[in-house]
Design a binder for this molecule. Structure first.
Ligand SMILES: [Fe+2]
Length: 186
């Protein structure tokens, strides 16, 4: 094969590769990533009841805990909806009477997301005004988000909550809830 012919063949291969990468059927990188659920999960502060060093566990149910059992599932995602594995979630909340444990780790525990970015928490429905569950999310790169998830935002007693945001609402169905966190990660 002559040098000219070899060059033409190489040029054709390069053009073919360029065309296939710009094909509309191929997921080409986008300058503006798909926004996951309308943006990142808002910050809501650590609050006064968070303690470091909580036990690693997915269930906060134990003898003596007051409240109606409730399970919360979901994922930790990037802005473009990619799952974040090994993110640490530290949950804490009031019990069914609206009481926080100020000395120990009752109704507090941390866990890590699995390879699909999924988590599962077994807990109780918090009984205080502005029913909410606190959480600290730590991404594998160390970035930390403190926020709060709200239950039953349409309950009259929750209406005046100035911290409520629609994007922090748990989707509740009976004794189950669903919430995806979206971190400010690529
Ligand atoms: Fe609280």
């Amino acid at each position: 094969m002559s040098a000219v012919r070899t060059g033409l063949v190489l040029m054709a291969l390069v053009m073919l590769a360029a065309c296939s990468s710009s094909s509309p059927t191929t997921a080409a990188p986008s300058a503006t990533p798909t926004i996951c659920h309308g943006g990142t999960t808002p910050e809501r502060g650590e609050g006064p009841y968070h303690k470091s060093g909580s036990p690693e566990r997915t269930s906060l149910l134990e003898p003596g805990v007051v409240g109606t059992p409730f399970s919360l599932t979901g994922h930790v995602l990037t802005r473009s909806c990619k799952p974040i594995a090994a993110a640490v979630l530290d949950f804490w909340q009031a019990d069914g009477n609206g009481v926080y444990d100020t000395t120990g780790y009752r109704l507090q525990g941390h866990q890590s997301t699995d390879a699909r970015g999924a988590y599962r928490l077994e807990t109780v429905i918090p009984g205080e005004y502005w029913q909410h569950i606190h959480v600290m999310v730590r991404a594998p790169n160390g970035a930390i988000l403190f926020t709060q998830l709200y239950l039953f935002p349409n309950s009259p007693r929750n209406q005046p909550n100035p911290l409520f945001d629609k994007s922090l609402e748990i989707k509740v169905s009976g004794s189950k809830g669903y919430f995806d966190f979206v971190l400010n990660e690529d």
